[in-house]
Design a protein around this ligand. Structure first.
Ligand code: 5GP
Length: 190
């Protein structure tokens, strides 16, 4: 998506460790009007798939996922990163290793909000190693819901997540795919 690539070129900052900072419009300050354009594109891509639930993971995916849910006219559920040792009984649960923090989280979704009647579109801000999506896919599997696909804002295509998830037969649509990036060499898109 040209609009997103242009914005990343203009406002993205590449840090050591393969981290792209997009805090000025996506991960800290949120450009809501811009989010709406991303959400419309996700709707265009998945509108014929019968989506009736959007699923993301807290926290940075929630903004775009929220706007996407509005396009589809359906609820958004976000998986919570569980910080307590006792996981309540009535939840689906899986584990995610955070790319940016290097920690392992339990993630949970209440059984009240995800079940066999749901046709789920996953939305997230970044796809890197695929751990976040794998965790969400596992929640969908446990719940008996149908997985329609995943909509990603920025895929770092030089990391293995995209191939991993597509290799599982999941439809992944990324609005911008980064082929390579470095702090001094700029950003190249696929
Ligand atoms: P994965 O689980 O695919 O390795 O990473 C996905 C998650 O890590 C995303 O939800 C995002 O929050 C975070 N993430 C991964 N790479 C980056 C990056 O380069 N920049 C930012 N800001 N977040 C990232």
């Amino acid at each position: 998506m040209q609009l997103l690539e242009d914005r990343i070129r203009r406002d993205g900052v590449v840090r050591d460790g393969n981290v792209l900072k997009v805090d000025s419009f996506l991960n800290h300050q949120m450009d809501v009007a811009f989010f709406q354009e991303l959400a419309k594109e996700f709707y265009r891509l998945f509108r014929d798939s019968g989506v009736n639930k959007i699923l993301t993971i807290e926290a940075s995916g929630i903004g775009v996922a929220c706007m996407t849910a509005q396009q589809f006219g359906c609820p958004l559920v976000f998986a919570k990163k569980n910080r307590t040792k006792n996981i309540a009984g009535d939840v689906w649960t899986s584990k995610v290793e955070s790319f940016t923090h290097g920690r392992i989280y339990d993630i949970i979704v209440s059984k009240d909000f995800l079940g066999p009647q749901d046709r789920v579109l996953l939305i997230d801000d970044f796809l890197a190693n695929g751990a976040a999506l794998m965790g969400l896919i596992e929640l969908v599997r446990q719940s008996g819901a149908s997985l329609v696909g995943a909509g990603i804002c920025i895929e770092k295509a030089f990391q293995p997540g995209g191939d991993l998830i597509r290799g599982m037969g999941v439809r992944v649509e990324s609005l911008a795919r980064i082929r390579s990036m470095s702090p001094d060499g700029g950003i190249q898109f696929c």
